[in-house]
Design a protein around this ligand. Structure first.
Ligand SMILES: C[S@@+](CC[C@H](N)C(=O)[O-])C[C@H]1O[C@@H](n2cnc3c(N)ncnc32)[C@H](O)[C@@H]1O
Length: 225
């Protein structure tokens, strides 16, 4: 596959997402992108092949142990964040809407203890509600258009067990005006939707990623009451 510059890849991905959105299928472009990549992670703009450094930073600071606890990774992509949580002792479930991505995870980590599952955040098994001590959401909500935001946030919020922790990593926009995307960074009003599900915001940090599509990013830590 010919090498693409990051800017070219980003434009290709944005066009793919918008084409599917116009066809009324806003979550189906992910599978198409993973299939087109044919196993080459350079074709997946968010693939780092390592855990997200801002998740790693939180795990290092909190010195948390996952022994005897469950964790869930939303829109897990190629699986690196799920694997680091598994290494800490969590019993991890990681899901993605893309079957190709999930098969890719299984190939990358053949001896993994992670339960990799194909599932749609917008149509999850109701038995998952309240079942996870630790939930990690990284950049899935921002990859969905604004009209799906409330549904996506409500689905994520309901997965967290009482006294459980939710970590969200996302692009952030300072205004409530609709952004041009994808990605579509989250606003303060959108983030406040988590509070309606008894999730208290404990801490947030801002950070920027050079050359990232969404320059201003947040890591938010929530505690379920
Ligand atoms: C921008 S990528 C981020 C992947 C990964 N979380 C990361 O940060 O590297 C968004 C991921 O969410 C998945 N996704 C999008 N919509 C989804 C949905 N409705 N249910 C489950 N996964 C979804 C995509 O297939 C993709 O892997």
């Amino acid at each position: 596959m010919p090498e693409q510059l990051p800017e070219q890849l980003r434009e290709k991905v944005q066009q793919l997402a918008l084409d599917y959105q116009q066809q009324g299928k806003p979550t189906e472009w992910f599978e198409s992108l993973y299939q087109q990549a044919q196993g080459d992670p350079a074709q997946i703009p968010w693939a780092k092949l390592s855990p997200h450094p801002i998740l790693q930073d939180w795990l290092d600071q909190s010195q948390i142990s996952g022994q005897g606890k469950t964790a869930l990774v939303i829109g897990c992509g190629l699986g690196d964040d799920a694997e680091i949580l598994s290494d800490l002792g969590y019993q991890v479930t990681a899901f993605d809407i893309s079957e190709t991505a999930i098969n890719w995870c299984r190939q990358r980590f053949p001896n993994s203890k992670v339960n990799y599952v194909v599932a749609d955040l917008l149509a999850l098994d109701p038995n998952w509600k309240g079942n996870f001590n630790f939930v990690f959401e990284c950049r899935t909500i921002q990859s969905l258009p604004l009209n799906l935001r409330e549904k996506a946030i409500s689905a994520i919020a309901q997965l967290v067990a009482p006294k459980g922790t939710l970590i969200v990593i996302t692009g952030f926009r300072e205004t409530e005006d609709p952004p041009k995307g994808p990605p579509w960074p989250l606003s303060e009003v959108e983030l406040s939707l988590f509070k309606a599900f008894n999730l208290e915001e404990v801490k947030r940090i801002s950070f920027t990623v050079p050359q990232s599509e969404a320059l201003h990013q947040l890591r938010l830590e929530y505690l379920k009451q």
